[in-house]
Write a protein that binds this ligand. Structure first.
Ligand code: GDP
Length: 339
């Protein structure tokens, strides 16, 4: 009987995976990412062993995060920018997309095949949605580990796209070198509506859909100026970079070269001063601390004794017999005394 592709792939050994990834074989890469996303214990272990082995080959990409509300033009920009970057034949781009809502909308972010059509057809591009689990921590871990696999596979530009509710931007910002925020020309009037934290995170802000009647619209120009003014009221950015704001139009291909140049300038600036490594080191350390925190919390709440104590004290609180603070102190004390 003829072997199906799946038969062959399911028989990949750890060494096959490692070699395939390092050879830049995207079929093997996809399989390895699927392992990462699997909930099976054996897949998890294998994926972790693979990661361990490929780790020395990671770190060589420009890690770029892109965010903005649905419809702002993220996929259109990624396609235009991606094609521009790929004009240099030595470049390879991986696009990873995090969609916190995909659980509900069944993968809306990249489900639609018309997104990034030209980029998907390019053999130097690889596009992969990250199916959002129910825990953001899980998604950000999978995305970060996927990023490492893509770097080992030779992708020297990794774009992580997110449409967010604030939380996912923070997760993406914690794993990229450069964070790009896309806004619409109307944004100037609605600056208060944009989460301050997201503006603060941005290294570059692009006002998309800026062209009207063959020129930058008055509204788009006004938006750029107002965003620039608003940025003055923010504390200066770490690593001495001043957030750049520019008008672009992904559909008309306006200023996409300028956007690429700005990204390059950002990386040159960060590299020259050694800031890029510092930023990555900081990210690694916070990831370590966060993972420990999450694990401790999870273990705590899964503990039977904790569960019993919580049930008991919740009832006391509801009955008005104690305050939440007193109950928390008692729970911790009781657990300590029970060892
Ligand atoms: P996303 O949801 O942020 O990924 O947005 P899309 O890239 O899917 O774009 C949403 C819509 O806006 C699509 O119909 C695009 O063709 C359109 N669009 C994207 N960029 C531009 C632009 O620069 N100018 C204009 N006029 N339309 C754009």
């Amino acid at each position: 009987m003829e072997k199906t592709q799946e038969d062959v792939m399911s028989k990949l050994t750890k060494q096959d995976y490692i070699k395939g990834i390092l050879d830049g074989n995207t079929i093997v890469l996809s399989r390895a990412i699927t392992l990462l996303e699997s909930t099976k214990e054996e897949h998890y272990t294998l994926a972790q062993e693979i990661l361990q082995q490929i780790l020395p080959k990671t770190g060589n990409a420009k890690r770029i995060g892109i965010t903005g509300v649905p419809g702002v033009g993220k996929s259109t920009i990624i396609e235009a920018l991606g094609l521009k970057i790929l004009e240099d034949k030595t470049n390879k781009i991986a696009v990873l997309a995090i969609d916190p809502s995909s659980q509900l909308s069944k993968g809306s972010i990249l489900g639609d095949k018309t997104r990034m059509e030209l980029l998907s057809a390019n053999s130097n591009a690889y596009i992969r949605p990250t199916s959002a689990g129910n825990k953001l921590g899980g998604v950000s871990r999978k995305t970060h580990e996927t990023l490492l696999l893509c770097e080992a596979a030779g992708f020297n530009h990794i774009i992580i796209e997110t449409v967010g509710v604030g939380q996912s931007e923070t997760a993406v910002n914690a794993m990229v070198d450069c964070f790009l925020l896309l806004l619409l020309p109307g944004a100037g009037d609605e600056l208060q509506g944009i989460k301050r934290g997201i503006m603060e995170m941005a290294d570059i802000i692009a006002v998309n859909k800026s062209i009207e009647n063959e020129k930058v619209s008055t509204q788009a120009n006004k938006a750029r100026k107002e965003i620039n003014t608003a940025l003055h009221y923010f504390p200066s950015k770490e690593f001495s970079w001043i957030t750049k704001v520019l008008n672009v139009d992904a559909l008309k291909n306006y200023n996409i070269d300028k956007l690429q140049e700005t990204i390059d300038n950002f990386f040159n600036h960060q590299n020259q001063k050694g800031y890029l490594n510092k930023r990555r080191n900081q990210q690694d350390v916070s990831r370590l601390e966060e993972t420990i925190n999450q694990t401790i919390l999870q273990n705590f709440y899964e503990n039977d004794m904790v569960k019993q104590e919580l049930t008991k004290w919740k009832q006391e609180i509801v009955a008005g017999k104690t305050t939440s603070y007193q109950a928390a102190e008692k729970i911790i004390l009781n657990l300590k005394s029970k060892g």
